[in-house]
Write a protein that binds this ligand. Structure first.
Ligand SMILES: Nc1ncnc2c1ncn2[C@@H]1O[C@H](COP(=O)(O)OP(=O)(O)O)[C@@H](O)[C@H]1O
Ligand SMILES: O=C(O)[C@@H](O)C(=O)COP(=O)(O)O
Length: 420
């Protein structure tokens, strides 16, 4: 049984991929729908799209293209992965994409399961919680692109999609997989297309996995992957074996930090005490990018043989960032930083650097694209949702960290706790 995952963004794709390998399924991730007909070798294939904040029509078109490609790869079960905070715009594309995938597969029912207890996302009586707050009371209500002002997943789904939503509550999950399957059948008979699943803990996710073993299409965050991978992994949950192809190889490493999140700021200040580091000068990035990138690469090379990899960082505290954005413009400065990092990693790759530890979702996308890495094996997990990954075609390994993920010692741990 081969699983095909359609993920609505890049770091979200890496997140689910890491839970699949941790629970025993070997996994390859591709960035976008490949245009060639290469056949990939893994139990699960994850396609990362950039559809989270797209208009519904575009998200549907991209998701159906991903589905068709995954079917060509021999996938028989499908998983639509969105954010564990159900990020969707006011017009919302999670509903339309779910409807389109159901129709394409000839199915009439699926589940909605964004819960990820290990990262504080739980669902109770159909309401989504972030840590100890309802989604609509959490910081997500201020999200610049996808503000979430309702926590009721049934209401959110019915507002976006064509069909009827229903609930399987935690009390039923406590009774086990058989009870969940019976409830799914009852809801199907009542015409319910989207079944919101409560989950307060990992046991609930394992029960979901057991109950959904035969369901053709599921939808959710990355948590449900824990339960499903335990059902489908042919290696008997052998994590070591599933991760083998993605283990980082030796060779020189560099840390590139382009995220300004609170967590990344903490990680950067910790790592500055542990390794050589150099802050990026945004003005020089704007005015003399190539010469400056070359200079930074020389600096990185001078620190190549130290115990921990040298770090280049644009990461700034909110006040500094605000000052930079006021002075140079938000878009201009962020693009200048991204392009500077692109020039740096291009030159380092030419000089034979093989390990890149990157902080920031957008920054990760730029680095992977610049290094020409469009498919990678998922390796050992550094922090929940952040694995080492290894290019399918080149001897290059990446650790791609979304801004909020990882613990304070992430950059050092990524290098010291894994066989390289
Ligand atoms: N000092 C800085 N000045 C301006 N923009 C910056 C600075 N540092 C980082 N950026 C930009 O901020 C954005 C951070 O986004 P991203 O990499 O997705 O991180 P996150 O995952 O935390 O959102 C990138 O476009 C990056 O280039
Ligand atoms: O499900 C999740 O929380 C993550 O996989 C995810 O999608 C995070 O998105 P970003 O916050 O945009 O990195």
């Amino acid at each position: 049984m081969r699983l095909g995952v359609i993920a609505d963004d890049f770091t979200g794709a890496t997140d689910i991929a890491s839970f699949l390998v941790q629970n025993g399924m070997s996994t390859v991730q591709v960035n976008g729908v490949p245009q060639d007909d290469r056949q990939l070798d893994a139990e699960a294939i994850v396609v990362s799209l950039k559809s989270r904040s797209c208009a519904a029509e575009k998200a549907v078109e991209d998701s159906l293209a991903a589905l068709a490609w995954l079917q060509q790869q021999g996938c028989e079960r499908f998983y639509f992965k969105y954010c564990s905070t159900f990020d969707s715009t006011a017009k919302g594309n999670i509903g339309p994409v779910t409807d389109a995938l159901l129709a394409a597969l000839g199915e009439t029912q699926t589940v909605i399961s964004p819960s990820l207890p290990v990262n504080g996302r739980t669902v109770y009586q159909g309401h989504l919680f972030v840590m100890n707050q309802l989604l609509s009371d959490s910081g997500m209500r201020h999200h610049p692109v996808t503000p979430m002002t309702d926590s009721n997943l049934l209401r959110l789904m019915e507002a976006q999609a064509a069909g009827k939503a229903g609930l399987i509550a935690s009390q039923t999950l406590d009774l086990g997989a058989e009870a969940v399957r019976a409830e799914l059948a009852k809801l199907a008979a009542a015409g319910v297309r989207y079944v919101v699943l409560d989950a307060l803990n990992e046991q609930h996710l394992l029960t979901q996995g057991e109950a959904l073993r035969e369901m053709k299409l599921v939808t959710g965050g990355s948590g449900l992957a824990i339960g499903l991978a335990r059902q489908w992994a042919t290696s008997g949950w052998d994590r070591e074996q599933a991760q083998a192809a993605g283990k980082p190889q030796g060779g020189r490493a560099v840390v590139i930090s382009g995220s300004c999140s609170t967590m990344t700021n903490r990680q950067v200040s910790r790592y500055r005490q542990q390794a050589s580091s150099q802050a990026v000068d945004v003005e020089r990035a704007l005015q003399q990018r190539e010469a400056y990138a070359h200079e930074l690469c020389d600096w990185v090379a001078q620190h190549a043989d130290e115990p921990l990899a040298p770090m280049l960082f644009a990461t700034s505290e909110p006040e500094t960032l605000q000052r930079i954005q006021l002075q140079y413009g938000a878009q201009q400065s962020s693009e200048a930083v991204e392009q500077l990092f692109a020039s740096v990693v291009r030159e380092l790759q030419q000089q034979g650097w093989q390990r890149f530890i990157v902080a920031g979702g957008e920054t990760s996308g730029v680095v992977a694209q610049t290094l020409n890495i469009d498919a990678f094996h998922i390796g050992p997990v550094i922090s929940p949702g952040v694995p080492w990954v290894r290019s399918v075609t080149q001897p290059v390994s990446l650790a791609l960290k979304s801004g909020n993920f990882g613990d304070e010692n992430f950059f050092a741990r990524a290098q010291t706790e894994f066989v390289v």
